[in-house]
Write a protein that binds this ligand. Structure first.
Ligand code: PLP
Length: 405
């Protein structure tokens, strides 16, 4: 057995088995394309789970990372560094936020948000209302905030103070507000549970309730932020401004970095000693973030994203009437799109994704409900056409199979 063929075995023998991986050793990426060790090419409509927003190895990001790695990699937050200051300034200049905390992942950004919401609220207010079907991370507090029981199983007792409310039910929010509640936490568009945009009136209703009862509104924009929705942040399109926003995935285009964005008033509660991160805002990761922001803020970037996102949505919608046995509809915002599967389709969701993988297209089956498409924001119409063509082939085969069965 060659060393190459061996890699999967070697990996499986030393890694904990908490991931199910596809049988490919990825070795190279460029734009929307990945290449495995056998030279097979993949069109990437997942972008490392909505992370590589500018595509793989974007030259501006690669250049920034390489330059910074040659100058200064890490000093901790005991000292100032240029890249993290520049990134924080860009985030403040382009959002509702006035103050930033930097960390290394989405879950950590949400942990910071949860801690800030509690410490900035009156004594006794600690409970956080979140939504059923939400996803907020895998640490104990963020998994407790996550409104999906399957992520809780086996890890009880979970940290106290999280209440999961039915999606879209404003009355349930109001009914659960009392003196112990400090915040409402939600994703403007639920990503992991199947690309479910929160209704507009629902989000503005939540904002009103928060204002009326003195609660903080936390938006988890870890997946929807950094251009994924077609604007830099999804909240811009809802015209609802949160008090705290968390970011990660697209922020470093693949370099691990997360951030919590908030107002100066709230930020004042995080005095020295309350919260910290050794690596947070690491100069190399922050330099990647600065490059990402500069590319996205260039004239016309988001207009282009919105045009191509509309094209993706249109091409996906065309498949729905053609494959009525498996597909029910489309939903999504910007470059976070989904094909909603019928009961028959759900039963074949994993097979569809596997068959697409075999044909060199990466998508995923999210929330046991939809096919999710989260390509790099720079995906081209031609790449969308190729993906849709292959998906149509796969769906046709599956429908024939289903009809024959
Ligand atoms: C991915 C994700 C997280 C968790 O991010 P990690 O970097 O994996 O910790 C949290 N919230 C949302 C909405 C996400 O999509």
């Amino acid at each position: 057995m060659s060393e190459k063929q061996n890699l999967q075995k070697r990996s499986d023998s030393v890694f904990i088995g908490n991931y199910i991986r596809y049988p490919a050793v990825m070795v190279k990426g460029e734009g929307c394309r990945l290449q495995d060790e056998n030279g097979k090419e993949y069109l990437d409509f997942l972008a490392g789970i909505a992370v590589c927003a500018l595509g793989h190895c974007h030259p501006r990001v690669t250049e920034a990372v390489c330059r910074q790695a040659g100058e200064l990699v890490h000093v901790s937050n005991l000292y100032y560094t240029r890249p993290q200051t520049a990134l924080a300034e860009l985030l403040v200049a382009n959002s509702f936020g006035e103050k930033i905390f930097m960390c290394n992942s989405g879950a950590e950004a949400n942990e910071a948000a949860i801690k800030l919401a509690r410490i900035a609220s009156a004594a006794g207010r600690f409970r956080i209302l979140s939504l059923q079907g939400s996803f907020h991370g895998r640490t104990l507090a963020t998994v407790a905030a996550t409104g999906q029981p399957k992520f809780h199983q086996g890890f009880e007792p979970l940290p106290e103070g999280f209440v999961h409310l039915p999606f879209g039910d404003l009355e349930a929010v109001e009914k659960n507000i009392d003196e112990s509640v400090c915040a409402v936490l939600c994703e403007p568009i639920q990503g992991e549970s199947g690309v479910r945009p929160l209704p507009r009136e629902y989000l503005s209703g939540i904002r009103e309730l928060c204002d009326r009862h003195g609660l903080l509104l936390i938006f988890d924009e870890i997946q929807t932020g950094m251009g994924r929705s077609g604007t830099l942040f999804a909240y811009e399109q809802y015209s609802v401004v949160p008090d705290i926003m968390t970011l990660a995935k697209g922020l470093g285009n693949g370099m691990p970095i997360g951030a919590m964005v908030t107002t100066a008033d709230l930020a004042a509660a995080f005095v020295p000693g309350t919260h910290a991160s050794t690596f947070g805002g690491n100069p190399v990761a922050a330099a990647a973030g600065v490059a990402v922001m500069e590319v996205m803020l260039a004239e016309g970037f988001f207009e282009g994203v919105r045009l191509r996102a509309a094209y993706l949505q249109k091409r996906l919608a065309e498949l729905v009437p053609r494959f009525g046995l498996l597909l029910e509809g489309t939903r999504g915002v910007g470059m976070l799109q989904a094909l909603v599967l019928s009961k028959e389709g759900v039963a074949r969701g994993a097979d569809i994704v596997r068959e697409m993988f075999a044909r060199g297209v990466l998508i995923n089956f999210a929330g046991n409900a939809v096919l999710r498409f989260a390509p790099p924001l720079i995906v081209g119409e031609e790449e969308i056409d190729i993906m849709v063509g292959r998906l149509a082939e796969v769906l046709e085969e599956m429908e024939n199979e289903a009809a024959g069965a």
